[in-house]
Design a binder for this molecule. Structure first.
Ligand SMILES: *[C@@H]1O[C@H](CO)[C@@H](O)[C@H](O)[C@H]1NC(C)=O
Ligand SMILES: *[C@@H]1O[C@H](CO)[C@@H](O)[C@H](O)[C@H]1NC(C)=O
Length: 596
């Protein structure tokens, strides 16, 4: 496992972009995304018409719509599958489940107190060796602490909060001569400071947020305005990612906007807003007609490069923030809604599949491959789903109630007649995907693996080794577990359960969240303090890895707490959560978006 694989939560080491000439890449991308991906059976290799045809389509997006409908598309979940019940088959009860909520608070304290005892001030915590480590030799910038503060505020842990605040006041110093990831530092540290400020009105947090953001801003100084992947906080210069040809992940470039926009509101300084918004303008300008995005962009020219298309690592939060930017600005910025609608149509047309036996909804990936002649690019649909994709179930449900409601707000639970056709489609896909993610916890530990593959008729697996619809690729009895088999305390499924519960009041979401929590308690809890990742979700007793990801305290335990708390805490009509679960308030913007 690369040393940074844990921290880089949206990134894994094995997906660097392939080297091809830029012109070829553009042709292939444009050809795919405008030309349609008609499918026959499961795998269809899409031969792309390169050159003129692709170029013409690129210039004339309206043609491509016709082409898309000509090719047709398989959208298994696009058709409503269940009629509205009319009456709700359960009692909607949003009062807190106090004992379960308390159990989550106890877990948070078990994690925090161990970190504080062994590693206070270090960016990351290793609960088995009882050590801390920093992301840079220049010293830490409080990743774990700052990521955890708003959870303490929400849980009412005042003593812990005071000690964390004290560290921020006396020790936190961003003047570090080392490289930090632009995106991770923004979502975890800047996001954490902004939420801490929102809940406390303590100017300390806003001063620190401003200092950090000012050091990050130079990352946006590129010819296109897309940020580079890393930033030296002391020198205030952006640093390109040489491992990936200087490219930036699409999700990394497009998951800074909630934080920078809110900071603009608080400081009355438009620069943060403009820099972050420019990225969205560039992405819109790079426009691929289906609304889908490849996972890498070039900060030099602001274009997509030929790379996978997926809702997992490096792609995920692009889609998340399209919706959330529209929500954050109190549904006044229609450009984000348009981009979101476009993207959701693309997802339904190209990526959504149903598993072969039980009909579980999942999201596949599109992988570009060279054909035998070596000249053309074909796109392969891969039935691989990262755990990261599990944020998307709740996101689709939330999006349906916001962008797909005829007269918002919708009821709890919403009824079919309250939705537009697209809203109803997104709602059902979101519910289905959430259900699928819960089913991927059907393992020996009750925890879900990092990556699942869905079975497709062609792979001729022997049905004895795994549940029928999905499996962990490379897992074999008696052999070391593959990378895919691990659970690293990720939040995405419980995040979707929290949102689904708030939008439906259906108690089964609480029950499912409770099962996952209990599995974490049973298999990841280190008796001496802290929680650890496990290497194989299908092995009991589980073998631990010496790492407690910061998102355990910022996301996983926060979403679980909120799932069992009274629904008046942080209502979804007033807050939007950044991709690291830091809640930011919805506001009516005074600055308007400068592009459409
Ligand atoms: C990490 O950085 C912090 C802050 O600079 C420092 O106090 C701590 O000693 C460092 N820890 C390690 C393990 O290097
Ligand atoms: C959002 O807009 C609605 C109606 O347009 C308004 O009533 C509400 O106060 C706004 N919310 C915020 C937080 O400004």
């Amino acid at each position: 496992m690369p040393s940074d694989a844990g921290l880089r939560k949206r990134k894994k080491g094995n997906n660097s972009a392939k080297v091809k000439s830029e012109a070829e890449e553009q042709d292939a991308l444009v050809g795919l995304l405008n030309g349609g991906t008609g499918k026959t059976g499961f795998f269809l290799y899409i031969a792309l018409v390169l050159g003129t045809a692709g170029f013409v389509l690129w210039q004339n997006p309206s043609w491509s719509n016709q082409l898309l409908s000509f090719f047709g598309s398989s959208t298994p979940s696009g058709t409503p599958t269940s009629a509205p019940t009319g009456s709700t088959p359960y009692v909607v009860d949003f009062t807190a489940d106090v004992p379960k909520r308390q159990a989550v608070v106890d877990a948070f304290k078990h994690a925090w107190l161990a970190y504080e005892r062994d590693a206070m001030g270090a960016d990351e915590y290793h609960p088995i060796s009882h050590k801390g480590s920093n992301l840079s030799d220049a010293g830490g910038i409080g990743y774990t602490i700052v990521d955890s503060i708003d959870t303490m505020q929400i849980m009412g842990l005042t003593d812990e909060y005071e000690r964390a605040r004290d560290w921020v006041e006396k020790k936190l110093d961003f003047n570090k001569d080392g490289k930090f990831n632009t995106f991770e530092t923004t979502i975890r540290v800047l996001g954490g400071l902004l939420s801490a400020y929102h809940f406390s009105s303590d100017p300390l947090f806003l001063d620190k947020a401003k200092d950090l953001a000012d050091r990050i801003l130079p990352a946006f100084d590129t010819p296109s305005g897309l940020p580079v992947s890393m930033i030296n906080l002391a020198q205030r210069v952006g640093v390109s990612d040489v491992d990936n040809r200087g490219l930036v992940s699409t999700a990394e470039a497009s998951t800074l906007q909630l934080e920078f926009r809110y900071l603009s509101l608080l400081t009355d300084d438009e620069e943060y807003w403009r820099k972050a918004e420019k990225v969205m303008q560039v992405i819109k300008g790079a426009h691929l007609a289906t609304g889908l995005a490849s996972i890498f962009m070039n900060p030099e020219d602001g274009r997509f490069v030929l790379a996978a298309i997926r809702l997992g690592s490096r792609g995920d939060s692009y889609y998340e923030y399209l919706l959330k930017q529209y929500i954050q600005t109190n549904m006044t910025e229609l450009v984000y809604r348009d981009m979101y609608d476009d993207a959701m149509n693309g997802v339904h047309q190209h990526l959504i599949q149903k598993s072969y036996k039980a009909g579980l909804i999942y999201i596949s990936e599109l992988i570009p491959e060279h054909n035998r002649m070596g000249s053309d690019i074909t796109w392969r649909l891969s039935p691989k789903q990262d755990h990261l994709v599990c944020f998307f179930g709740g996101s689709l449900m939330l999006g349906a109630t916001v962008t797909g409601a005829i007269n918002p707000p919708v009821s709890i639970p919403p009824q079919q007649h309250e939705f537009t056709e697209q809203g109803w489609r997104d709602w059902n896909t979101g519910k289905g995907l959430t259900e699928t993610c819960v089913k991927t916890h059907d393992t020996a530990t009750g925890l879900s693996p990092e990556i699942v593959h869905f079975r497709i008729p062609r792979d001729g697996l022997d049905g004895t080794v795994a549940p029928d619809d999905w499996y962990i690729k490379g897992a074999r009895r008696g052999e070391p577990p593959p990378y895919d088999a691990r659970y690293i305390l990720r939040p995405e499924t419980v995040e979707s359960l929290f949102i689904a519960f708030r939008l439906t009041g259906d108690p089964r979401y609480r029950a499912q969240g409770w099962s996952i929590f209990q599995a974490i308690e049973k298999h990841c809890k280190v008796p001496t303090g802290g929680y650890a990742s496990i290497l194989n979700v299908d092995e009991v007793p589980a073998e631990m890895e010496d790492k407690m990801e910061t998102f355990l305290m910022s996301e996983t335990l926060k979403y679980l707490y909120l799932l069992f708390d009274d629904a008046t805490t942080l209502p979804l009509s007033e807050y939007v959560f950044n991709t690291e679960a830091h809640p930011l308030p919805i506001f009516n913007p005074t600055i308007r978006t400068g592009f459409s």
